[in-house]
Design a protein around this ligand. Structure first.
Ligand code: FAD
Length: 463
């Protein structure tokens, strides 16, 4: 879109969108605020940083109801204005950054937890913070099956739109596994926006589509019975010992766990706020384990040659130290605070070849790549080692070489240095997200530029 067209979009938006006219708190055009609400954690990637720095929307709308969303989408469809959904803006790949200006649709005011059913299904609006949902679920005897390390800020709608898994995934798989997302309600981007319920397998039409094929307005999310947890830090002399022990605990069904994270030395030394709870120079494993198994795990760790610098009860998200704040993609954040040259990759290993694959990586890249492993149950129930390795960035070519090397050696890579759904590694091979985009967003106005395989259609959408 040319600059002239972008200015025209602003001129249309400046007059206000019908349901929000005159409400400055819910229709924002102040440049600094629009800039802030147009950005996410894209700067994690040294490749995306220069590409996305100048991108922003023209205005931000903060709807409070389904009817308002429909009215906004109807207006934007008629005026050909792009609309980019936003939860809390903690995504890593510029998922929520508008590439072609237009309207940022901020869902943060739609944050109701309507109900947690007797069967443990939370029925929520998309803007609910995951931390709020976890706290309320635990109050009622349930907890989230999996959540990102950004739980305090991230929204449920944003997790469905752009996330994949996290703490809890070692036992419950990712967000897309085991029918965790039971159903979701979506509003389409058409002349008369429709409200469509996706249930069962049809949720995959919308999950991880970056808001390109519908606005999620209600979610039915399966929970799991709450467990009393303990947090444990173990430290080993060698990486092999740390990995072997972590893998054993992750894979054995007898252990009730929510988190098993391995940090190659010296990654744990980057966790400065919890320095007194870790032995930074050693190879470290963090666990969230059932309180009833805390002592047994300490005994097993010591028998495997570890020291246990910290073990204690977990009492919710305000627990100090909160070990999950240093795991999953938070590990990268702490490393970047130490040295801004650090960036990361997202890898999945072959469980039968993982030791050989890790050895190959270390032999080829040495200190240029530090192993940070997370475990995740896959759809068949097997626990798979994944990694969010830290990488010392030099050039884009070198990063590409690392990705190619991983793939050539059977290591799956979801590339976090691209800004489109297809190349990010979670695009469905059966193309259901693309098919849904054709049906629900024929003009291609939802988060345009992010689903590369889509070409706008001239004909009107059909159900
Ligand atoms: P946003 O960033 O606002 O949006 C994400 C995407 O969803 C965007 O494309 C947006 O357009 C779309 N979207 C938002 N709301 C809707 C809606 N209602 N309808 C349709 N589309 C919508 N992710 C993980 O999966 N696991 C992790 O452990 C993890 N750790 C992280 C750690 C750090 C330090 C950071 C910076 C990021 C991490 N992430 C992780 C990524 C991110 O935090 C999560 O995916 C989070 O769930 C995104 O939620 P959000 O509300 O911030 O979404």
């Amino acid at each position: 879109m040319s600059e002239v067209e972008v200015r025209d979009v602003f001129a249309v938006l400046e007059k206000g969108i019908p349901p929000l006219v005159g409400d400055a708190s819910r229709f924002v055009t102040a440049p600094a605020m629009v800039e802030r609400l147009s950005k996410d954690f894209y700067w994690y990637s040294p490749v995306l940083r220069p590409q996305l720095r100048e991108k922003r929307g023209d205005a931000v709308a903060l709807p409070v109801s389904l009817d308002e969303i429909r009215a906004i989408l109807k207006f934007c469809y008629a005026e050909d204005i792009p609309v980019t959904a936003r939860g809390a803006g903690t995504g890593n790949y510029g998922q929520a950054i508008p590439l072609e200006g237009g309207l940022v649709l901020d869902l943060s005011k739609m944050e109701a937890i309507e109900e947690i059913t007797a069967e443990g299904v939370a029925i929520c609006e998309p803007g609910v913070k995951l931390g709020v949902l976890e706290t309320e679920a635990r109050r009622q005897g349930w907890e989230l099956r999996c959540y990102p390390s950004t739980i305090a800020k991230a929204s449920l709608g944003g997790f469905l739109g752009g996330g994949s898994g996290g703490i809890g995934s070692v036992s419950h798989g990712g967000l897309r596994d085991f029918e965790t997302v039971r159903a979701l309600e979506v509003v389409t981007m058409e002349a008369e926006p429709r409200v469509i319920l996706h249930e069962g397998l049809a949720v995959h039409d919308i999950l991880h589509a970056w808001g390109t094929n519908g606005i999620i307005t209600k979610i039915w999310l399966a929970l799991t019975p709450a467990v009393e947890w303990s947090q444990i830090v173990t430290a080993f002399d060698t990486y092999a010992e740390a990995f072997d022990f972590a893998e054993k605990i992750a894979a054995e069904d007898t252990w009730t766990k929510r988190l098993v994270t391995v940090f190659e030395s010296p990654i744990a030394s980057y966790f400065t706020p919890i320095a007194k709870y870790v032995e930074g120079s050693r190879h470290t494993v963090f666990f969230l384990i059932a309180q009833s198994q805390q002592s047994a795990l300490e005994v097993a760790a010591k028998a495997a040659g570890a020291s246990v610098p910290y073990a204690g009860a977990y009492s919710g998200l305000r627990t100090v130290p909160l070990l999950s704040d240093y795991t999953w993609n938070h590990t990268t954040l702490w490393a970047m605070k130490q040295d801004e040259a650090f960036t990361y990759l997202q890898c999945g290993f072959d469980p039968d070849r993982v030791r050989e694959q890790m050895r190959l990586l270390k032999k080829k890249f040495g200190e240029e790549m530090l192993l940070h492993m997370e475990f995740m149950k896959n759809g068949t129930g097997r626990v798979i080692p994944g990694a969010i390795p830290l990488v010392r960035f030099t050039t884009e070519e070198r990063l590409r070489e690392m990705i190619d090397f991983c793939r050539a050696n059977g290591i799956f890579v979801a590339n976090p240095h691209v800004n489109n759904v297809e190349d990010g590694g979670r695009f469905r091979e059966d193309h259901v997200q693309l098919v849904a985009k054709r049906r629900y967003d024929p003009k291609g106005l939802l988060n345009p530029g992010k689903m590369l395989s889509f070409a706008p259609q001239k004909e009107t959408a059909q159900a």
